[in-house]
Design a protein. Structure first.
Length: 519
């Protein structure tokens, strides 16, 4: 295990106490725009400080990115892909170090930190292939000697605002696709994870410079809400990709929408696993524990609700209780630890107040429920017997609190699963074909992700990631999510000697001598 000092050095953070925003290798030297402090959630101690981005820095970054984009968009897409391939290579080399930094700064366990870097690598690989597959349709024109097709062009400078819980992977989902599609990217990372962002920016700077394309990516570290607001209002950013809470996402959509800018939203989830009477309980238990306890319940895909057929309730809950009893809590960098801390004191306060609300509503705490008395922000993973309609159950609490509830018929279970404002991820554990198909039918799960015999979290990047209703409707990462970063152009080419009009219209030269349309 590397010391923190060695880790920082390896990732280029050793001398990087100054300079919080940057593209290419030039880091700004502003010291007047505050400091973003990075804290180790396992100890509560400061890990480092990064100078914030001033308004002037911000403007200069966007101007540079606009300028860079005018040449980047001329680089053939497969060549842009080659640059991202090299970033993927650099990430492979730094996987261990960057995975450790993620564990250190946001408290997820090392295996999940490494997994997050792998998710970036997978995204890079995907983007490389995609760079040769930015397909548009061709259509048959109704007019003779005409050809019709659609092509896709980049939007410009993309604004990406990310959350602490996936401090780098969600940026990669956006940035790698945005880059191969010919955009440049301004990243505003979570102020709770500035070091991860600075480390990734360093890595990208190195590769981009080596490839001869410095400044495709730029970073703006800040904890000033005014600057984030400025970014969302900025007409120069045609698309704002935002990951975070529903209230902030709603605001982003409104503000960007007012200027007719686009927003791509990944907001809260309230994800359920349904366990039916035919389910393999061993599989279901493992999936529930990973989904609810993994990342200390701080994924947007975390499992928050288990909806179990009443005949299975006792068996499932006793399995869950014994699995929860074996969850080791502690330093996320230690190999045997399964759950690290919450991100900060506010997160602990929200865990406490959620438990107060649960108890007030009549919820029965089956295990956990306590804040650990040790340095850092550690809490116990908690299982509560609850009712779906309770206000607290309808909300996303970003903590390892799992609500269990029972149902009689599958229709009831699907109704319960859908009866929340959010619509990100969902799962059914079953060995019954009819149940599986019903869950996946149009009358089934209303979520963006619907799994059978797989938990709610841990999606692969190859699919489009995102959710419906209050989750915001955005889709990122795989499939055809790339289209969000491009503008579609429909093109019709006349290679004949006549000018026939569509819809059979004749204009100006009709027999009767009238100008106008006839058929
Ligand atoms: C998030 O929590 O914001 O599906 C993203 C998953 C991860 C991504 C989570 N691949 O759990």
């Amino acid at each position: 295990m590397m010391t923190t000092e060695a880790l920082f050095k390896r990732l280029g953070l050793a001398s990087e106490q100054s300079g919080g925003s940057g593209s290419s290798s030039t880091w700004t030297r502003t010291t007047q725009a505050g400091v973003v402090e990075s804290q180790n959630p396992s100890t509560g101690q400061t890990l480092g400080r990064v100078y914030g981005c001033s308004d002037d820095d911000y403007d200069a970054l966007v101007t540079d990115l606009q300028h860079m984009q005018t040449s980047w968009r001329r680089v053939p897409a497969p060549k842009r892909g080659e640059v991202i391939r090299r970033i993927g290579e650099a990430l492979r080399e730094q996987k261990d170090a960057l995975g450790s930094l993620i564990a250190l700064e946001v408290g997820k366990i090392k295996a999940e930190g490494d997994g997050e870097v792998q998710e970036m690598i997978d995204m890079a690989d995907f983007a490389v292939g995609l760079s040769r597959m930015l397909y548009g349709y061709t259509m048959h024109s109704e007019r003779p000697q005409h050809r019709m097709y659609e092509q896709w062009h980049p939007l410009g400078v993309i604004g990406v605002i990310t959350a602490f819980n996936f401090p780098v992977a969600v940026w990669a989902w956006n940035a790698f696709i945005a880059a191969v599609t010919g955009n440049t990217v301004l990243w505003k990372p979570s102020p709770k994870a500035p070091l991860c962002a600075v480390a990734v920016q360093h890595l990208c700077n190195r590769v981009l410079e080596g490839a001869g394309y410095p400044g495709v990516f730029a970073l703006c570290t800040t904890d000033r809400v005014e600057l984030a607001e400025r970014m969302v209002r900025d007409e120069r950013l045609p698309l704002i990709s935002f990951t975070g809470s529903v209230p902030v996402g709603r605001h982003v959509a409104e503000v960007a929408g007012r200027r007719l800018g686009r927003s791509l939203l990944e907001l809260s989830g309230n994800n359920a696993i349904i366990v039916d009477e035919t389910a393999d309980l061993e599989l279901a238990t493992s999936a529930i524990v990973f989904g609810a306890v993994g990342t200390a319940g701080q994924r947007c895909t975390s499992t928050r609700r288990v909806i179990v057929q009443e005949s299975q309730y006792d068996r499932l809950v006793s399995r869950l209780l014994s699995a929860y009893g074996q969850v080791t809590i502690g330093n996320p960098l230690q190999a045997d630890v399964m759950m690290g801390p919450l991100i900060d004191g506010e997160a602990v306060a929200r865990y406490r107040s959620a438990l107060d609300a649960i108890r007030q509503a009549g919820g029965e705490v089956l295990c956990g429920g306590r804040v650990l008395s040790r340095p850092g922000y550690f809490v116990e993973p908690t299982i509560v017997r609850a009712q779906n309609h309770w206000k607290i159950v309808q909300q996303e609490t970003f903590a390892p609190i799992l609500y269990v509830m029972t149902y009689r018929t599958l229709d009831q279970a699907i109704d319960m699963q859908n009866a929340v404002p959010q619509g990100l991820s969902s799962a059914l554990f079953t060995t019954h074909l009819r149940h599986s198909e019903a869950f996946l039918s149009a009358a089934g799960s209303d979520c963006g992700i619907a799994n059978i015999n797989i938990g709610t979290s841990g999606a692969e990047i190859g699919g489009a990631f995102g959710g419906e209703k209050h989750t915001g409707g955005g889709r990122e990462a795989g499939s055809d999510a790339w289209k969000a970063y491009m503008r579609r152009q429909t093109t019709t080419i006349n290679w004949g000697t006549e000018l026939p009009l569509a819809q059979g219209i004749t204009f100006g030269r009709s027999e009767g001598g009238h100008h106008g349309a006839s058929r």
